[in-house]
Design a binder for this molecule. Structure first.
Ligand SMILES: [Zn+2]
Length: 159
């Protein structure tokens, strides 16, 4: 699995339930990747379901969901998970602040020169999911068509 594949899986989890995703990551950090084998997860969930959750802030089902999500994340190579966290999880904002409305500059690649000898870019990539856009051929989507991140194309426009 490369970073692109890993980030797709993680992005999907993050988008389907941000809270569970974040809690799963903290759970993962707490118990350690090695302890999250499939058997352990099932055993842990069975134990969780036996608890009386009437006075708990989380239902047993919710706790199990966190454990299962953590196990899913644990299957991904941890360097990729850490890279994803560093890139896509903001610590200093509320959950609602995690929206992807703040435009991020597309990453540009290309080594061609136009007739006037100016460098031009052939490809642009979404900084979050690395979706590839062909400069000059694709529409400059305001929001990434793959992950929804708001994109800033100003550098391409100047080009
Ligand atoms: Zn994207």
């Amino acid at each position: 699995m490369n970073y692109k594949e890993a980030s797709k899986v993680l992005m999907k989890m993050q988008r389907s339930n941000e809270i569970i995703f974040r809690m799963a990551i903290s759970h993962l950090m707490d118990v350690g990747i090695r302890h999250l084998t499939d058997e352990n997860v099932e055993y842990t969930c069975e134990e969780i379901m036996k608890q009386d959750d009437s006075h708990s802030i989380m239902t047993n089902e919710f706790q199990c969901e966190i454990v299962r999500a953590a196990a899913k994340i644990a299957k991904i190579e941890h360097t990729l998970v850490l890279a994803y966290i560093a890139k896509n999880i903001k610590y200093d904002v509320g959950l609602e602040g995690l929206k992807t409305d703040e435009p991020m500059k597309v990453e540009l690649k290309g080594d061609g020169y136009d007739d006037n000898g100016n460098l031009y870019y052939e490809y642009a990539y979404c900084p979050v999911c690395e979706h590839e856009y062909e400069v000059d051929y694709d529409d400059y989507d305001k929001f990434c068509r793959e992950c929804g991140q708001a994109l800033d194309w100003s550098e391409v426009a100047e080009n």
